[in-house]
Design a protein around this ligand. Structure first.
Ligand code: ATP
Ligand code: MG
Ligand code: FE
Length: 339
């Protein structure tokens, strides 16, 4: 059984063919970094147009590489939200057209569920429940994953996501776009103790996150002219990691403990973040699972895999794209909730 996945929620156009036995048969990720770089961030209209130009030829490519036809597919899975609505609509409408043409079921996937289930694509022994740190460009959450579609949110950010903090730090340091990998690279040359930076919410009783204050402190450090870019990058990265591990410690102490600690989302590509989490997992006798970096940042293999996890589901062809779509609808938005 094979699922075609389509991802277009931000600035990566991605398609993939994944088999239910966890084989990634073919995949493509087309980044739009060059198109957005002049603007220092993702421009939604440019992203939507680029997705529209690329999806059809990329689908044709992976199908040809696999020697498959639409009728051979068990389902077509597409990101239906959350994300930049123009791009999501382009990917979803492409999937609908293919589903109709091939008479194949459509499965609408929550992009965050794609990230959340991606570790199960690469580790067949990873069972529910597991404790998930979801760290990406738009989200910073701790979730207890109890089953497919069953996610209990234990924490979220009250302001910025951690990936956003990496991107803003890169901008402040003039490292360009996208920022996360550039900060990680420069941080290797710096002293993580050189710049005193805050660790917002560390020690707090609820495991929530906050990164806005850290970003402002990075800006002040840069403006002071007293520190090298490498020292600022290293100190920022260390502060961010300290926040992530402290908040996870809190979630585990509250009621988050599970047999495995799992990390997913773009920031999970960061080697220092992974090392810190691996150590934390060991300390709590939890198994640690992280997808390879290429499956941490946006890709369609994770969307196709989420489709594999949901085989049997068939969504209507008038399914609406959702700009906002929380994984845990029960969870109150923490924004402004006064944690
Ligand atoms: P979301 O998944 O919340 O909708 P998104 O899809 O835009 O957001 P991802 O593609 O999952 O986000 O992750 C992108 C983020 O990950 C960016 O903020 C980027 O800076 C960050 N990132 C990528 N690589 C690294 C790295 N090596 N170190 C730190 N951050 C990184
Ligand atoms: Mg991107
Ligand atoms: Fe993402």
């Amino acid at each position: 059984q094979t699922v075609l996945g389509i991802e277009s929620s931000c600035d990566e156009t991605a398609v993939a063919l994944v088999a239910a036995d966890r084989r990634i048969i073919a995949q493509r990720v087309a980044s739009q970094d060059d198109a957005h770089r002049p603007y220092g961030g993702v421009v939604p209209e440019i992203a939507a147009r680029a997705h529209a130009e690329r999806i059809a030829p990329m689908v044709a490519e992976v199908m040809e590489e696999a020697g498959m036809e639409l009728a051979d597919l068990s389902a077509i899975a597409a990101t239906a939200g959350p994300g930049l609505i123009g791009g999501v609509m382009v990917g979803l409408v492409s999937a609908k057209a293919l589903a109709m043409a091939g008479d194949v079921p459509l499965i609408a996937i929550n992009h965050l569920e794609g990230h959340a289930l991606s570790p199960r694509l690469v580790d067949e022994t990873l069972e529910f429940p597991y404790l998930l740190l979801l760290v990406s460009g738009g989200h910073c959450q701790i979730l207890r994953c109890e089953g497919v579609g069953q996610y209990r949110r234990l924490a979220t950010t009250i302001d910025d996501a951690v990936g956003e903090a990496f991107d803003k730090t890169a901008k402040i340091l003039g490292l360009g776009f996208p920022g996360g990998p550039a900060v990680e690279k420069l941080a290797r040359e710096g002293d993580p103790k050189a710049v005193p930076l805050p660790r917002p919410l560390v020690g707090g009783k609820e495991p929530h996150f906050s990164f806005a204050g850290l970003k402002s402190a990075v800006l002040r450090a840069k403006d002071s002219g007293r520190y090298s870019n490498a020292d600022i990058a290293a100190s920022f990265q260390q502060a961010a990691i300290d926040c992530l591990t402290d908040r996870l410690e809190r979630a585990i102490a509250n009621d988050g403990h599970a047999p495995a600690l799992v990390v997913a989302g773009g920031v999970a590509a960061n080697a220092s973040v992974r090392a810190a989490l691996e150590a934390l997992a060991a300390k709590h006798a939890m198994r640690f699972v992280a997808p390879p970096p290429k499956l941490c940042t946006d890709n369609a293999a994770m969307i196709a895999w989420a489709g594999c996890e949901r085989l049997g589901q068939s969504d209507p062809l008038d399914y609406k794209a959702r700009p906002r779509w929380p994984l845990d609808p029960e969870a109150e938005p923490a924004r402004g909730a006064g944690v």
